[in-house]
Design a protein around this ligand. Structure first.
Ligand SMILES: NC(=O)c1ccc[n+]([C@@H]2O[C@H](COP(=O)([O-])OP(=O)(O)OC[C@H]3O[C@@H](n4cnc5c(N)ncnc54)[C@H](O)[C@@H]3O)[C@@H](O)[C@H]2O)c1
Length: 413
């Protein structure tokens, strides 16, 4: 058994800690190395788990291991993934896969050229209710998807935001309101198996929402996606007051959703309904129930994000072992991440539609190979976009002073 475990190294000891905890025999993994530039936190965690610690990514890649899990900065995943693939490692990457279109093209090519497994660590599709909605969708009970809605709107206490976003140039302060769209989109793609082909984005401005943080990007957005079967998906996020993680799918002969309510994902129930005149004799007009996972419920219940954190590790390890790309492969990862980028292009033009290329097709993706359009502070320059539809607002002196106090408490210089 032990010899079949995938030997993994994790980059980033913030969110990365959940992969460290989840690299278990049950998930098919064994942790062997850690990498982070924040030395104190790195050595603490490596000491607890008795694994090798690296501050230099190139040296880390020389460690004898099968796979790398990327939980480094949001906007640096693709270049790190390409290096790991080229070093012969399989890669599971946190959201997003890429934050420029050129990175998306390079990442797809690197996976094809190296033949390694790549997976986007999107955990939101693997809740019990999303898995149940996928099962139901595949039975054909609601027909073909026509319209769907996904919401990942996650406001946080300003002090907590600052604790996980150290520095005025941290990606969480600059991330455009459309870029964190995969938590809203991925469950819908997983349930329906469709692919986004066109997007429109609108950004929502309200400087009051972030008056106590140094976040300068907009707090909300709505994205409309045209899917490859003609369906329309509406995505909503990101940090507007009124927490909501929620999903609904309408089909050609019925609909399903998770019920709304308090808690991170609401009550976790699935509601399925049909029109009275359109239901089959054995179908109820409406039913509401609490689903469980089809298997491994005992392990998933102990994991974060509605069990999703167990399933991403599990599917990645299985993909590596079998040599078969996972559902959340490089093409889906890049397409969904690129929805966020293209929706930002759209939002800066007040909603103009933008096409999402088929990243599995070299002819379709080639025109994007030099598209380095990027909102991050280290990429500013002529032709680069701002992080807000207002431009690049300044955080207030009061919020900067408060932030520095919080950052000092967590040992960030
Ligand atoms: N799927 C989820 O539910 C979920 C939840 C939280 C975060 N995330 C994602 O995980 C990623 C990390 O999130 P976070 O909250 O830990 O962010 P973070 O910015 O706090 O942490 C990134 C870590 O990477 C380290 N790092 C940066 N550059 C490095 C380098 N060159 N070499 C080695 N280490 C480096 C940083 O020191 C830091 O510890 C993000 O992409 C975020 O979107 C996903």
């Amino acid at each position: 058994m032990t010899k079949d475990l995938i030997r993994v190294g994790v980059v980033g000891v913030g969110r990365g800690q959940s992969f460290v905890e989840g690299a278990t025999e049950a998930a098919g993994m064994k942790l062997v190395a850690l990498c982070d530039i924040w030395e104190a936190r790195l050595h603490d965690l490596a000491g607890q788990h008795h694994v090798a610690a690296y501050t230099d990514y190139e040296s880390f890649l020389e460690h004898d291991m099968d796979a790398v899990i990327l939980a480094n900065y949001f906007h640096e995943h693709a270049p790190f993934a390409v290096k790991a693939l080229e070093a012969g490692k399989h890669v599971m990457s946190e959201t997003a896969s890429n934050t420029t279109l050129a990175e998306g093209v390079a990442l797809c090519r690197a996976v094809e050229e190296t033949g390694r497994i790549y997976m986007l660590a999107e955990n939101y599709p693997y809740t019990a209710f999303s898995q149940e909605m996928q099962r139901l969708y595949r039975t054909g009970e609601i027909g073909e998807v026509t319209y769907a809605e996904g919401e990942y709107n996650h406001p946080m206490d300003p002090e907590d935001v600052l604790r996980i976003s150290p520095g005025l140039n941290h990606w969480r302060a600059w991330i455009p309101s459309t870029y964190y769209c995969t938590h809203a989109l991925a469950p819908l793609v997983y349930i329906t198996g469709t692919r986004p082909v066109k997007v429109n984005g609108l950004s929502i401005v309200n400087r009051d929402v972030d008056k106590k943080t140094v976040r300068i990007a907009d707090p909300g957005s709505v994205i409309l996606c045209r899917m490859d079967n003609g369906a329309v998906f509406r995505l909503f996020g990101l940090t507007l007051p009124g927490h909501s993680n929620w999903y609904r799918v309408h089909g050609s002969r019925g609909a399903m959703e998770i019920t709304r309510g308090g808690g991170y994902f609401g009550p976790g129930q699935v509601r399925v309904w049909h029109e009275e005149w359109d239901r089959k004799p054995d179908e109820e007009a409406e039913r509401v129930y609490t689903p469980d996972w089809p298997e491994h419920g005992d392990l998933a219940r102990q994991a974060g994000h509605g069990g999703g954190d167990f399933w991403t590790n599990f599917h990645f390890a299985n993909a590596v072992r079998s040599g078969t790309p996972p559902f959340l492969d490089v093409y889906r990862g890049v397409a969904m991440s690129s929805v966020g980028i293209l929706a930002w292009k759209s939002a800066l033009e007040d909603g103009r539609p933008f096409e999402v290329p088929d990243f599995s097709d070299e002819v379709a993706r080639k025109p994007y190979e030099d598209d380095h359009w990027s909102p991050w502070p280290d990429h500013t320059g002529p032709g680069q976009p701002p992080p807000s539809i207002l431009g690049t607002p300044e955080p207030s002196p009061e919020s900067v002073a408060y932030a520095r106090k919080v950052w000092k408490e967590i040992g960030y210089e």
